[in-house]
Design a protein around this ligand. Structure first.
Ligand code: NAD
Length: 499
């Protein structure tokens, strides 16, 4: 069985550990690769080398740093099919969805190519008598990233390209569920001409993350993953007086107003709730059908019955398996809890099968109505193809529901009323807001920040250090329609609906 290498000093080398994690295929349960749980010495060595690399990289001309990113983004595009295949095989998502994952990632690398402008400082002449002040940005040193399984390309690419172009060095610890995509991205980074030791890739689980968190030469951490792990990592990093940001769980609501275009609503909801098997932090897991829009629910169910899971290379599959058998059991357990707590199960995805893959982690489209905010299916992040429907009387009631949820990552409203849209975007307490589109993921030149329980840390003091307005940032993405689209835009699972 193949043992995965680490990437240290631009070389792919075997760990000396005796401990490995067997990473299995979500379609078959066959072991695909053995992921080393790297030793403390290996992690410490990677950090020390990265620190040395940082000392000369920080003084490397900014155009040299930018050219590395220009070359890198081109290489990712040239190799997108190969990366997408690696990604689909290990993660299970469909080939087209895998490409969307990579596109979202290389957009960040393209953004990193604006480094000379992004790194500009500020100057004010005559702040006092014959006195000027100017500020400029300097890199911190060695930074680290810990990434989840659901976006194997996009999330590592959220992290190291920007950190490195700014003059830092970076240690990446990818999810042990999807490490091969990261290794391919690392190989392309070397091919792009990355100086040795700027990016190091180590593998492991809690113990390896602890070694990163406690090493005095790692000064900042980005984490994306589940709420409990995010809370742990954020607490331990900040207890060590380090900078940290943790992007965690979500429960995203879509509000359907009775004046919305029915076809647009239903098509958007099908894709946003079931796409990627519901394993997107910006996917929709709760639909709020306001007032008479509830009459559209039977048509939604009819459309969802046509949605089918399948293997990554099956062109007719709408989504793939969930990541692990443990995730499948958790999802099935939560579906049972919904039944036990009195919700109405209109569509039950348990026991779904796919020909040729009897051992796959399949969950079919699942829908509950009569859901109450006290039920586990409403409160917990299910991270599967399960949609809960609530029926508030009006927009005020819908806003109350959303603003009282513990998470605040993404949300959307479908309406033809400018007044309702404006009120919603002003009053909703969520980081990413969509108007007439279901998954409002901002492009990299905007902030991506959850509110409340979806994010720990503070990005908004950026550039201002201790002097901050203490605000949250909200990004709003809205869609408008041409006349001929007013009858409803078909939802395309194969389009890029990443996240
Ligand atoms: P996870 O928390 O299980 O794992 C994430 C990373 O943390 C992995 O690299 C893993 O090895 C490591 N890890 C796991 N347990 C750890 C521990 N005890 N101590 C230290 N490190 C540990 O998350 P996942 O299942 O891979 O990802 C799914 C979660 O990610 C969902 O909750 C989803 O909402 C969230 N997510 C959030 C965003 C966002 O932007 N808010 C984006 C994508 C995914």
């Amino acid at each position: 069985m193949k043992k995965l290498e680490m990437m240290i000093s631009n070389e792919f080398i075997q760990s000396k550990t005796q401990k490995y994690f067997d990473k299995v295929c979500p379609l078959t349960q066959d072991v695909q690769v053995q992921v080393p749980l790297c030793t403390n010495e290996e992690i410490s060595d990677a950090i020390e080398k990265a620190h040395t690399a940082y000392l000369s990289w920080k003084d490397t001309p900014i155009m040299t740093r930018t050219r590395l990113m220009l070359k890198y983004q081109a290489l990712i595009k040239e190799n997108i099919d190969e990366i997408a295949k690696i990604l689909s095989v290990e993660q299970g998502k469909t080939f087209d969805d895998a490409k969307g994952d990579i596109v979202r990632g290389y957009e960040v690398v393209e953004f990193a190519c604006s480094a000379p402008t992004l790194m500009m400082g500020e100057t004010v002449e005559h702040v006092s008598n014959k006195m000027n002040t100017y500020s400029y940005r300097q890199p911190l040193g060695v930074c680290a990233g810990i990434t989840p399984f659901n976006f194997p390309a996009m999330i590592p690419l959220w992290m190291f390209p920007l950190a490195i172009v700014a003059g830092n060095a970076f240690i990446l610890k990818p999810s042990e569920m999807v490490p091969n995509t990261t290794m391919k991205l690392a190989a392309l980074f070397i091919e792009a001409g990355a100086p040795k030791d700027l990016l190091q890739v180590v593998h492991g689980q809690k113990d390896q993350v602890d070694a990163l968190l406690d090493h005095p030469k790692v000064l900042a951490y980005s984490f994306v993953g589940s709420p409990a792990v995010g809370e742990y990592i954020y607490s331990r990093a900040t207890a060590n007086l380090k900078r940290a940001q943790a992007f965690v769980g979500a429960k995203n609501h879509m509000v359907v107003m009775p004046d919305a275009n029915k076809e647009n609503v239903l098509n958007a909801l099908v894709g946003a709730s079931m796409g990627a098997a519901g394993q997107r932090c910006m996917g929709i897991s709760v639909a709020l059908f306001v007032g008479s829009s509830r009459e559209w629910i039977p048509e939604l169910i009819a459309k969802l019955k046509e949605v089918k899971p399948g293997a990554w290379n099956d062109k007719d599959a709408n989504y793939g398996p969930v990541m692990t058998k443990a995730a499948q059991s958790k999802i099935e357990g939560l579906i049972q809890s919904g039944v036990d707590e009195g919700a109405t199960l209109l569509l039950d995805g348990r026991g779904a099968t796919v020909e040729g893959y009897s051992n796959g982690n399949w969950v079919g489209p699942t829908v509950f109505t009569k859901v109450d905010v006290d039920m586990a299916i409403y409160k917990e992040e299910i991270f599967g193809p399960v949609l809960s429907i609530l029926e508030p009387k009006n927009l005020s009631e819908a806003l109350d529901i959303i603003n009282n949820n513990m998470f605040g990552n993404g949300t959307s409203i479908f309406t033809a009323s400018g007044a309702s849209a404006t009120r919603f975007r002003r009053e909703v307490q969520v980081g990413q807001v969509g108007i007439n589109l279901p998954i409002p993921v901002p492009l990299p030149f905007f902030s991506f920040t959850g509110w409340r329980g979806s994010f720990y840390g503070d990005l908004h003091a950026y550039g201002k250090q201790a002097i901050t307005f203490y605000t949250e940032t909200k990004t709003v993405t809205e869609k408008w329609f041409e006349d001929e689209e007013s009858e409803g835009v078909a939802f395309d699972f194969k389009a890029d609906h990443s996240k």
